[in-house]
Design a protein around this ligand. Structure first.
Ligand SMILES: Cc1cc2nc3c(=O)[nH]c(=O)nc-3n(C[C@H](O)[C@H](O)[C@H](O)COP(=O)(O)OP(=O)(O)OC[C@H]3O[C@@H](n4cnc5c(N)ncnc54)[C@H](O)[C@@H]3O)c2cc1C
Length: 395
């Protein structure tokens, strides 16, 4: 039995009957497309639109969004299942982390009625996509240093600045941009969120050549005197950090789902291969030199999944602080599980680990991304050292 078969997913209260059914249905969709689909699209520089749109039509992209705006009325715990199962089937759709999880969560919680009606139904059925941009070239992990600035001009906003490594902008209708506004009373800059349609004059984007086999490309963004209407601002100008974390916790939890799915995919391939490949007298999986590292990977994977599920449930219960700590830990653990599992899978397959046919080589960089983004391993260790352990801040 392999991990991709639904019955191999360990029974745990997280999987309600509904979530188990969702897991099975999404897994079946992912297996119908298979890993070859995404790799082929990525290598040709094409999008994975068919899978995105089909997942939208089937209601999978909108599981976490409110029912009154076309969603399934569930939470991030349900969206985690969707991404984990697609990734396990070889179809890790990165934009699931962005459009429904970050942008959808923020708009559903803090958007105006009009913003909810304008964006959420399209997010849910897959017809509207939104990217998310916080990272800047001169700020990197230190988002307190972002300089993209919005100033008022009558009722409008004028946006200036730059972003880097923003995913899938070319396939999105708009970008949710983290910028700073000037506080009218103190003159200090504070973060605020703006929705910028892709075709807005003054907004340009340029692809960054990356060594990642994925249909979702990364972009540099340039905002030069971009004029936005008053309702481009999402939520309250004064509650930006709270609003931001309403999106960043789901983002980390969803990257954990992306990573655990990749780990499951890689382990599946490795275990199947180790059972059948014979070079001396027994299958190579009989050698403890291969069996033990695979067993370690499976343990790391299950621990990461548990923390991801805890983080998702905390998030959906409205405990943003508890979810923040768990989401960081889950992202850390899942990224490590993905990097180790992919590496060990490549080793298990020997030369075949690096052939296109088995698709593991391409996952080396994809899994490595999860250690860097959306928040690096080191920044999570900083967070846990400071906030969980109460150690002095070192930077
Ligand atoms: C494929 C991909 C997709 C992405 N998609 C998006 C997106 O859609 N939207 C978006 O906004 N961003 C996106 N990012 C950006 C991503 O979030 C950043 O790359 C990440 O936050 C790290 O920032 P940086 O690359 O500037 O690295 P830096 O901040 O320059 O860090 C470089 C290294 O220094 C370490 N470091 C820095 N400060 C400390 C410290 N105090 N203590 C210890 N170590 C430290 C870091 O951990 C890292 O290892 C994406 C990145 C990638 C690779």
């Amino acid at each position: 039995m392999t991990l991709t078969e639904p019955a191999a997913v360990p029974a745990f209260p997280f999987d309600t009957e509904e979530r188990r059914a969702l897991r099975e249905a999404v897994g079946a969709l992912g297996r119908r497309y298979g890993a070859g689909y995404l790799r082929e699209r990525a290598r040709k520089g094409e999008s994975s639109d068919e899978l995105w749109h089909e997942a939208g039509r089937l209601g999978y992209l909108g599981v976490s969004l409110p029912e009154e705006y076309g969603g399934g009325g569930g939470g991030i715990a349900d969206l985690v299942v969707v991404l984990e199962e697609l990734a396990t089937a070889g179809c890790p759709l990165l934009l699931l982390v962005v459009t429904p999880a970050i942008c959808g969560s923020i708009i559903a919680r803090f958007g105006t009625e009009q913003q909810k009606r304008r964006h959420l139904p399209g997010f849910a059925d897959g017809t509207v996509r939104m990217a998310f941009g916080i990272t800047e070239p001169d700020a990197g992990s230190n988002s307190h240093r972002i300089t993209t600035t919005a100033r008022r001009d009558g009722a409008d906003w004028i946006l200036n600045g730059r972003k880097v490594f923003i995913s899938a902008v070319d396939t999105c209708d708009s970008v949710m941009v983290v910028a700073r506004t000037e506080d009218a009373r103190t003159g200090k800059l504070k973060p605020a969120l703006f929705i910028v349609p892709r075709e807005t004059p003054g907004f340009e984007y340029r692809a960054i050549p990356m060594e990642i086999v994925s249909p979702e490309r990364q972009f540099q963004l340039f905002f030069d005197e971009v004029r936005l209407p008053a309702d481009a601002l999402v939520g309250d100008e004064d509650a930006a950090l709270l609003q931001l974390f309403a999106g960043l916790n789901p983002e980390r939890i969803m990257v954990a789902a992306f990573a655990t799915g990749i780990a499951r995919y890689a382990l599946d391939k490795a275990v199947d291969y180790a059972k059948s490949r014979v070079v001396f007298k027994d299958p190579i999986g009989a050698h403890q030199g291969l069996a033990h590292p695979l067993a370690q990977c499976r343990i790391e994977l299950e621990l990461a999944r548990l923390m991801m599920q805890k983080a998702a449930l905390l998030n959906d219960s409205g405990d943003d602080v508890g979810a923040g700590e768990a989401a960081n830990m889950a992202k850390y653990a899942a990224a490590e599980a993905a990097v180790h599992s992919v590496d060990q899978a490549v080793q298990t397959l020997g030369g075949n680990g690096l052939t296109e046919e088995y698709g593991l080589g391409a996952l080396i960089t994809v899994s490595r991304v999860t250690r860097v983004a959306p928040v690096s391993r080191e920044m999570i260790l900083n967070y846990v050292a400071q906030h969980t352990l109460g150690l002095p801040k070192s930077y």
